[in-house]
Design a protein around this ligand. Structure first.
Ligand code: XMP
Length: 304
């Protein structure tokens, strides 16, 4: 705990030296950006504006949840749905998709920063994001996915040396509610990395519904490191009496310590069957549900 207190003290002091003027923080509602928001707020007070961008790639009910949790802060909510879909249109390569999302985020933040006269962007990048981006494993949307020209005087990353479990410890020490400190990780590029190939509104609607069912069935009962649904492609099925060409949904549930490696969870068959039955009956155009058995490595946690 002494170490955590020292980290909090030192990072607040460091932010004070790094930021000379107004700053915005990219808030997603996850533990990383929430910890950064509190640290930065303690460092620069009202010179900080938290901004949440509704990318249209978020989970069911997420934007409303975030508005409620952060209603005490001066949170600005930006509707970026049209711009993100436009940026992703026609993009099928996973790296290009991440870069498109990374660029769309930065452009939205630049726009908001200009309105506020803010010259600094604070981001909740953590150590594994950097390692995986630098090591060429994948471009995290907020590291390797950033465009080369960025209209900010500085990008400040207060927790860039921490692992996820350390961030959670800091969150608890800062007094953040359990809902945030223990929150399941959700990637910045959102549902776009849970759709193989091009992102469309229809696919987003399907994967969002399927994901909500998976979370309902698994999150509390099995406390996975991460659990979600991904949309693979189309396959043939029979619904009613007709053959359909419906979406294939993959269910993922993993245990992990830091996200760098992960194990697929051994779930009761009955639970898996219930998930399958709910997804295929509640979402009309899904004809098949799979469970992903693969550990990381060789797979990653997300599908792209
Ligand atoms: P992978 O899929 O690489 O994910 O095994 C490891 C952890 O990182 C999350 N993840 C991301 N988080 N931006 C983020 O903020 C990203 O671009 C990104 N890609 C993956 C993933 O959900 C998992 O927790």
């Amino acid at each position: 705990m002494v170490k955590v207190d020292k980290f909090i003290h030192d990072s607040i002091e460091k932010i004070k030296t790094q930021i000379k003027g107004r700053a915005i923080i990219a808030l997603s509602g996850g533990v990383d950006s929430s910890v950064c928001a509190v640290l930065a707020h303690r460092a620069i007070g009202d010179m900080l504006t938290p901004i949440y961008i509704d990318t249209g790639l978020m989970r069911k009910g997420e934007t409303e949840r975030i508005k409620t949790i952060f209603s005490v802060m001066n949170l600005q909510v930006v509707d970026g749905k049209v711009n993100f879909l436009k940026a992703l249109k026609g993009q099928t390569d996973p790296e290009n998709k991440r870069k498109a999302v990374g660029e769309a985020f930065i452009r939205e933040f630049e726009k908001e920063a200009r309105k506020l006269g803010a010259r600094y962007l604070i981001q909740g990048t953590i150590y594994p994001d950097r390692i995986e981006s630098e090591g060429g494993i994948k471009s995290h949307h907020n590291v390797g996915g950033l465009p080369s020209v960025i209209d900010f005087e500085g990008i400040v990353e207060p927790i860039a040396d921490l692992y996820k479990d350390e961030v959670r410890e800091v969150a608890r020490a800062l007094g953040l509610p359990k809902e945030i400190s223990d929150r399941m990780p959700f990637p910045g590029p959102g549902l776009s990395v849970r759709i193989i190939g091009e992102v469309t509104e229809e696919k987003l609607d399907v994967v969002r519904e399927a994901n909500a069912i998976v979370e309902e069935e698994l999150l509390e009962k099995f406390a996975p490191w991460q659990t979600f649904a991904a949309l693979i492609e189309k396959g043939t099925g029979v619904k009613g009496d007709v053959r359909v060409h419906g979406w294939i949904i993959a269910v993922r549930a993993v245990s992990s310590r830091d996200g760098m490696t992960a194990e697929s969870m051994e779930l009761p068959w009955k639970v898996l069957r219930k998930i399958e039955s709910r997804i295929t009956s509640q979402i009309p155009n899904v004809s098949r549900v799979l469970y992903d058995l693969t550990p990381k490595p060789p797979a990653t946690i997300e599908f792209e």
